[in-house]
Design a protein around this ligand. Sequence first.
Ligand code: SF4
Length: 361
Amino acid sequence: MFMGMNSKESSAQVKPKFSELLARPEVKERWEKVRKYFFLRESTYDMSNRCNIRCDGCYYYEGEKQFAAENRDVAAWRKLMRDEAARGITYVVLAGAEPSLVPELLDVCYREMPLGSIATNGFKKIPESVGYKIHISVWGDDETSLRVRKAKDLLKKQIANYKNDPRAVFVYTFTRENIDEVDRVARDLVAADCKLTFNVFSSPVGYQGPLRHTDESLQRTRRMMIELVNRYPQNLLFSVYNAVAHTHKCGLHDLYTCSYPRRNPSQDIGLGRSFRQYRTDLSWDRSAACCVPDTDCDDCRHYAAGSAVVTARLYRHANDLSTFQAWLDYVDTYLAVWVMGYEKSKNLCSAVVEPPRRDAG
Ligand code: SF4
């Protein structure tokens, strides 16, 4: 999830050329809009070890975290949130397995930490009193959901639960098998005036099943994403650069250098210093901590990972105007996806811009 700049990436140290990048009023305005959120510092929390559906390729049911006991004690969660705020956390991501099964815990988190989001399958509606962004996972049309997630009429149910809900963002995960289905899923979501964004299936460690992407399926995914960005600018929270970053044949770590503790030994600054991934028993393990634990890092193109890993790389994206505009579109997209009340602006860059080289800044 989104994180603020670390000191190496701060605007104060960007080359003098930075002022030239801001010469156009629309670019300056976008920069001023997004930089207000650089204070966000996230951690993530598994709320429940149960789920009401079971999906192929779910990363929650990989590794050890699935065996942690559930702590259902509201007072313990209240104390955790207060301790988290005291160490500088300003944003919480409530996830795995299915948070909607523990609404009393969501409620206490929201009361203590007002900025955050919840990742849910959307089957059971989260009470409106919990004012976080709600990310509803969509893995294809209803036929595919029945096959891959063993859930009948899931999209209809999700839309019925979250239509006209300003918290809701539908997150369509592109797998190798569902690329063309997005067409009708997006049409149905737009017809109901829902907001949506895109994710790319990122294999759990050891997963070699049919959902795993190939170079060819990534290219097809990119083309489809860009087509839909152009078709549904009002409802689709995405940009061309989002498509490029998440469908590149190299994963996010190769492209941008992942800064989550699991891949980053440094504890000096940024996510390496502050990020924790709490299990359902409220324990955490630095060596396993990232926003999508037990995902194969080489195959990681997850939208949650990108929102931290790409946004943190301001400095690399500040060498030319197109690349900087692409980065601004990316940050603007992710704030619209993750922060209540933040509205996405029109994308600044419609060109396909290659991710900058690691030594670009
Ligand atoms: S899975 Fe992704 S976010 Fe997690 S450590 Fe690996 S590259 Fe980073």
